[in-house]
Design a protein around this ligand. Sequence first.
Ligand code: ARG
Length: 459
Amino acid sequence: TSNKMWGGRFASGPDAIMEEINASIDFDKALYNEDIDGSIAHATMLAEKAIISKEDAGSIIEGLTTIRREIEAGDFAFSRQLEDIHMNIEARLRELIGPAAGRLHTARSRNDQVALDFRLWVKKELQRTEAALTRLIGVFLTRAEEHADTVMPGFTHLQTAQPVTFGHHCMAYVEMFGRDRARVRHAIEHLDESPIGAAALAGTGFAIDRHMTAAALGFSGGPTRNSIDTVSDRDFALEFLSLASICATHLSRLAEEIVIWSTPQFNFVRLSDSFSTGSSIMPQKKNPDAAELVRAKTGRINGSLVALLTVMKGLPLAYSKDMQEDKEQVFDAARSLDLAVAAMTGMVGDLTVNMDAMKAAAGSGFSTATDLADWLVREAGLPFRDAHHATGAAVALAEKKGCDLAELSLEELQGINQAITAGIFDVLTVEASVASRKSFGGTAPDEVRKQIAWWRERV
Ligand code: ARG
């Protein structure tokens, strides 16, 4: 007939533009493995339940195995006329095994088939992401161990605030990527139910066993409980895109910090040659391109989330073809996230920390002013607001003299508040400031080491 897929009802084939807008094979061929796994499980179950014969199931499975090999070897002729991966595989199966191929689609629709394939794909991607985040966390833990005592300025408003350690700063990212990894694990739990057997939307009259296919395909939550929801639901894709967006946002903030830190003006870190680029005109340049691209990928990933949310928001239940637009967003975001995490893992593992520059910067900008104020509260019993005021006067004096707080004389300090003694100089160094912040989760090196140990048990 002139229509390759539905010649029974259709007299003519689709318009060229219809084919162009409708075909998804160019991207959904990425689902071939999941599609074949799903079909093998389905055919096995159909035979087990005597819905098709064992012989037919045997030749279906053999044919599918051949097709998998053909695709892997690059020997498979994908056709746009056959719309998508499901129809491409089924058509080839018919060429290989004849009419028995037509029995595979018993008690099944492409609606539950695509929901299955895509879920399996997203699940695998989530597992990859979990492993990649574990590697990134591991790299940060190593850097944090090396630099538990390395003093750097902590910033608020990107203005020097209080001294912290580089190890502590690294551990802030461990917390973020640790939460990202927890979101990945939750997403895997949520999607771990099998869609196959929901059929077009209403279930099927055939006596199928959905528990059997769910188990065969490794879904720990068994089959989904509502056939209408099953073929309508793309939460699992949205959940992937949301967690990807949050994770990318963390990566992007880190990328931004690396861009700033690697400027000659900051000079806190030096990127390795393997994770930077030169300039075609300016010989002195070493550019943080990988960090910049990680920052940019975040825009792409966020765009994918917004795109799919927008596709889904107006769809009545159950399936609508709009949902075919889910895959490119997820595939693109997944590739971007994989690359961004891997690039960051490489960059952070490789970068050289300029401890002298960090320490010098940590001492500038009156970063121990809070320590002076805290001393006045602790040792002289001043209310914190009064201590804040006296310290402000000390900062103003030091600024006028063009010196550091620790370079003011005892007499000058006593001129601001008589209660000040020579003991004040013990708290005005950056090391003393950092060592004093022993509160739980604080920047004191011993406290940071405790947090590193806590995480070491969780990677
Ligand atoms: N290619 C389709 C998709 O990705 C498969 C499902 C088609 N189902 C349908 N009723 N047209 O969504």
